[in-house]
Design a protein around this ligand. Structure first.
Ligand SMILES: *[C@@H]1O[C@H](CO)[C@@H](O)[C@H](O)[C@H]1NC(C)=O
Ligand SMILES: *[C@@H]1O[C@H](CO)[C@@H](O)[C@H](O)[C@H]1NC(C)=O
Length: 250
């Protein structure tokens, strides 16, 4: 009898352990950040050129903020295992990362710490290896061209106009075929501006889907979609710095 109970415990333990190991996510949020809003965000201290900027200036376009693993219930799925981050695993896509997934935080930096955070928080839950996880994010970013989707509906970055967030979402729904979430920040004068667009993507990280759950929108009735130019990024001394050179020459 005792044996049976012990066995039942063992079986249920193994079963649960396996459930935890495969504690699975249901979809991804590809989060795209509008740098023009980041530069004007009253809660941060401006925006800075990445240290790789002189060799790899940014396109004046949406940046990748993250590719987040989520449950359909709206819970993030994070830190599933301790697989380490190696910047060398990104050598084939590093130039795209400099341009599409840079950090424009001040002080200037080379982006590595945000990629490392992306991997250790979410990437390790994706079931992809590090190389594939970042490549998927880049491929999605290339496929999802929000600026042209918005332009088709006459929504342009501008410091002069504001838009109804409802209209912006509708324009994106029309262009991408799926609803997205919009998060706003406030500029220095307290006006709402479009900070991030949450696009939902299926588990294979290849198709845009309707969001199982939308992040809470915190936008007012009108939002700005401010201009962005590379010239808005605060400069650093000319020395450019390539994280891969640093790592591979160790
Ligand atoms: C950890 O997660 C990564 C990414 O999902 C996966 O490639 C790797 O096999 C996992 N490692 C372990 C030990 O479960
Ligand atoms: C990462 O995953 C991709 C896709 O499954 C595979 O082709 C590649 O060989 C893997 N790379 C490593 C270093 O395991």
């Amino acid at each position: 009898m005792a044996h049976h109970i012990a066995l039942a415990f063992l079986v249920s333990f193994l079963f649960c352990a396996q459930n935890i190991a495969s504690a699975n996510f249901d979809f991804y949020y590809l989060v795209l950040e509008w740098p023009g809003s980041y530069c004007k965000d009253r809660s941060v201290n401006g925006c800075c050129k990445p240290t790789t900027f002189s060799n790899y200036p940014l396109k004046e376009d949406f940046l990748i903020k993250g590719l987040y693993t989520y449950k359909a219930s709206g819970q993030p799925v994070t830190k599933c295992n301790n697989t380490k981050f190696y910047v060398n695993a990104l050598r084939n896509s590093i130039v795209d990362l400099y341009v599409q997934w840079p950090s424009i935080k001040c002080p200037s930096n080379n982006g590595v710490s945000q990629w490392s955070d992306a991997w250790t928080n979410y990437g390790v839950c994706s079931g992809l290896n590090e190389t594939a996880y970042f490549e998927k994010a880049l491929q999605l970013r290339k496929k999802i061209n929000l600026l042209s989707v918005l332009e088709c509906e006459d929504i342009y970055p501008s410091d002069d106009f504001c838009y109804s967030p409802y209209y912006v979402r509708k324009a994106i729904r029309y262009g991408l075929g799926a609803d997205v979430g919009i998060k706003c920040s406030k500029d220095k004068s307290g006006a709402f501006q479009i900070a991030e667009i949450y696009v939902c993507v299926d588990k294979t990280a290849s198709k845009v889907i309707d969001c199982p759950v939308l992040p809470n929108s915190n936008c007012g009735r009108d939002v700005f979609f401010p201009d962005f130019y590379n010239s808005m990024l605060k400069g650093i001394s000319a020395s450019s710095f390539d994280p891969l050179e640093m790592v591979t020459s160790q």
